[in-house]
Design a protein around this ligand. Structure first.
Ligand SMILES: Nc1ncnc2c1ncn2[C@@H]1O[C@H](COP(=O)(O)OP(=O)(O)OP(=O)(O)O)[C@@H](O)[C@H]1O
Length: 738
């Protein structure tokens, strides 16, 4: 069977070659067939473009055409082996087909013997499942990171864990490995379908997809180690589960699934995500908004969430910032033991003593972030959840505290592990600042990007800023990708992927990229606009200097922003003078200014053409709707449907072409530092011959050596405001979250 549309292409495998006797299980509709995701074939360049969003296949489906009163009707018969052994006919939860065979991961392949005492001595004491050890070894994760060392044993012992550790310190596996260990170690009885074991909530779509990617990688490596080629982890980027029969392990002639990780995020087909859930998943990674949308109409999923074994809140503090309070609250309510929730309503009850056998006692809750306030941690420790909820207006809690203190930890006391560094700054991160006028920021940014090539993540606080800066940097020939919430999900993922795979690239992002994104080599984080809180500053910086790598952060600060910057640094226990300034080769700025000015003019002209065309189009449409005849001048000036007249267009185009030519010429000219002769590189007050010979010359700025941003710092100036002023600033500026 082969159906295809411009948006979606599907493929069915032939039934040929399947062994054993087949019986027809049922006749069902196209959408309820057990579709499975297929990796897009790279060799055909089907990378998501060309109108193809998803590629799916379906096995063992017979197409039957029936002549009825209404004409010819197509029906689909799902076939399954009479020996019920192959697991290829999955049962959607709503009972579309009649049978399902699932086998728990540890039955898939008997645990291989793995000599962890010798191969992974630092992991050995944790007694993790051999599958996991195998993967850790093949990923060369030879020792646990500090947060993993502390959180994993605690989680394995059944405790609830609150983990606070610096950005890029391996928190995903700190909660992920205990979950995987549990699933691998608890075989599901044969012939039973998968039950949801873990729900991981993440604040952004990108982070949710990344977490599932991380966990899927384990499945892939295990699959490879038992003899089936791994499927590309890229699947997770599509928000699809990796657990399709097609990616399962073949053993004793049967194909049986490994751990399956499903993803539910906004911006992707709800129907498709439902189908994934229908197939059953061990782990569900979701953003609260989309999950709640689906939960509202899906009782089966609600029940599964009530029966969870693990609940994870990754970057919980961000979920509140993102305005997901109500959805989070609703979701978390499902995990609160019913009788306890009832009792919570009557004040004065001792909630902790209310645990009875009828409650789900096994849920383990993990809350992880790089920034969780000490006060909140303290409240968790003091087990003041009940007090906090019932204390009303006396001492109002922050929204986050309020939400997190509703969590129903099954263990009397969650294990709070806080190994975050003082001031939230990772030791391998070099902080720096640059003071300049707002209107000069573009030029300084351009200088920085040219002077220090690499992968740079530029943070802006508003989408408008990105819309303005993006065409400018493109015109200046810099490889730039935007990332913000108003881009389509597919475009967001694509831009992120391109940024990851381009060595010298710039990602212009709002704070949706501030948390959790794990791009291994981001060289620079640039705060083009001030972060709105100290926490956001820490998370933005956390996109670089990950997993003990070096990183560099530049805070661009205009005079109007200094007050905010001072308060921000004070919140982190720093002063302005602690942060070195980046030194700038001022002689180059003039040439850069001219380039930036030209690029702005071009963008303005292009914008004008678009704007005019849009306005004329709007006027024409409105006139038509109101049955008004437009002026004949207007009509003749417009060739067709709102486009500018030919003459106007020609004029605009000519102007744009001439500006572009001018810019092109400028971009082709080398940038010369002070003392460098434009005519002979051996003349001038500064020769660069030696540097040239040593290959030490900067690519585009002649006369400057190739250096890293961290090499060009000067000590910050001491310009501390008076104590009174400082206090006043801190009081006035209430931008910081906890
Ligand atoms: N034990 C380990 N050894 C080496 N690398 C590891 C180990 N554990 C995790 N990593 C790698 O470290 C990187 C950062 O991990 P992760 O994304 O989990 O950090 P994080 O603490 O969640 O960061 P953030 O707070 O920014 O979300 C990942 O690329 C991950 O693969």
């Amino acid at each position: 069977m082969h159906t295809s549309t411009s948006k979606q292409k599907r493929k069915a495998r032939s039934q040929a070659g399947s062994s054993g006797k087949r019986i027809k299980a049922s006749c069902i509709s196209l959408d309820s067939l057990p579709w499975k995701t297929v990796t897009r074939p790279v060799e055909t360049s089907l990378d998501g473009d060309d109108g193809i969003l998803e590629l799916e296949e379906v096995d063992n489906v017979e197409i039957v055409y029936e002549n009825t009163d209404r004409g010819r009707v197509v029906k689909f018969n799902v076939l399954k082996d009479s020996d019920s052994g192959d697991g290829t006919a999955h049962e959607p939860r709503h009972g579309h087909t009649s049978a399902v065979v699932g086998t728990e991961a540890s039955q898939v392949a008997p645990p291989p013997s793995f000599d962890s005492a010798n191969l992974l001595p630092e992991w050995h004491p944790f007694q993790l499942h051999p599958h996991i050890l195998q993967v850790l070894h093949s990923c060369k994760f030879l020792s646990p990171t500090p947060i993993q060392s502390q959180a994993i044993p605690s989680a394995l012992s059944g405790r609830d864990v609150i983990g606070v550790a610096e950005t890029g310190s391996g928190k995903t596996l700190a909660y992920g490995l205990p979950i995987l260990h549990h699933i691998f170690s608890h075989p599901r009885p044969p012939s039973s379908r998968k039950e949801l074991q873990a729900l991981i909530l993440a604040p952004t779509r990108e982070l949710a997809l990344q977490v599932s990617d991380h966990l899927n990688a384990f499945s892939n490596v295990i699959r490879a180690s038992v003899g089936e080629a791994p499927k590309e982890t890229i699947l997770a980027n599509d928000g699809l589960t990796s657990d399709e029969p097609g990616v399962s392990v073949r053993q004793h002639g049967r194909r049986v699934p490994l751990i399956s990780v499903a993803v539910l995020v906004g911006g992707m087909s709800v129907q498709k995500q439902r189908r994934i859930l229908d197939r059953g998943a061990d782990i569900l990674v979701a953003t609260p908004g989309r999950l709640w949308d689906i939960l509202e109409e899906d009782e089966v999923l609600s029940k599964q969430i009530q029966q969870l074994r693990f609940l994870v809140l990754d970057e919980a503090d961000r979920m509140i910032e993102a305005g997901h309070f109500a959805e989070m609250d609703n979701i978390l309510r499902l995990t609160i033991r019913q009788s306890e929730e009832d009792e919570m309503r009557s004040e004065g009850d001792d909630l902790r003593g209310a645990k009875g056998s009828r409650l789900q006692d096994k849920l383990q809750t993990f809350v992880f972030s790089a920034t969780l306030s000490k006060e909140l941690q303290h409240n968790f420790k003091r087990r003041s959840r009940h007090t906090a909820i019932t204390q009303g207006g006396n001492n109002p809690l922050s929204t986050l505290d309020d939400l997190l203190l509703r969590l129903d930890f099954r263990h009397p006391e969650p294990d709070v592990i806080d190994i975050s560094p003082e001031g939230g700054t990772v030791s391998t991160l070099q902080l720096s600042k640059l003071e300049c006028l707002s209107s000069d920021k573009d030029v300084y940014l351009y200088y920085f990007l040219l002077r220090y090539p690499g992968r740079s993540l530029v943070f802006l606080s508003a989408i408008d800023g990105i819309r303005r800066l993006f065409p400018l940097l493109e015109l200046l020939n810099l490889k730039t990708f935007p990332l913000h919430s108003q881009l389509e999900q597919r475009q967001r993922l694509k831009n992120l992927d391109r940024f990851k795979s381009t060595p010298n690239a710039i990602l212009l992002a709002t704070d949706i990229a501030a948390r959790g994104l794990d791009i291994p080599t981001v060289d620079h984080v640039i705060h083009y606009q001030m972060p709105r809180s100290a926490d956001v500053f820490v998370h933005r910086n956390g996109r670089t200097a990950r997993a003990l790598r070096k990183g560099f952060s530049l805070l661009m600060c205009s005079p109007e922003e200094r007050r905010v910057a001072r308060a921000l640094l004070a919140k982190l226990g720093r002063s302005e003078a602690d942060i070195p300034d980046i030194s700038i080769e001022m002689t180059l700025l003039d040439s850069l200014k001219t380039r930036v000015h030209l690029a702005r003019q071009i963008d303005l002209q292009q914008h004008k053409v678009k704007k005019q065309s849009h306005e004329r189009h709007w006027l024409k449409e409105t006139a038509e709707a109101m049955d008004i005849e437009l002026d004949s001048d207007f009509m003749s000036a417009s060739e067709d449907d709102g486009k500018p007249s030919k003459y106007q267009k020609k004029r605009f185009d000519a102007k744009i072409v001439s500006l572009k030519t001018e810019l092109k010429e400028l971009l082709a000219k080398p940038l010369l530092a002070r003392g460098i002769s434009a005519r002979y590189i051996t003349s001038g007050s500064k020769t660069i011959v030696d540097d040239l010979i040593q290959g030490n010359v900067h690519e585009t700025m002649l006369g400057l050596k190739r250096t890293g941003a961290g090499d060009d710092l000067v000590a910050g100036r001491k310009r501390q405001p008076s104590k009174a002023k400082k206090e006043e600033e801190l009081m006035e500026w209430t931008g910081f979250g906890s």
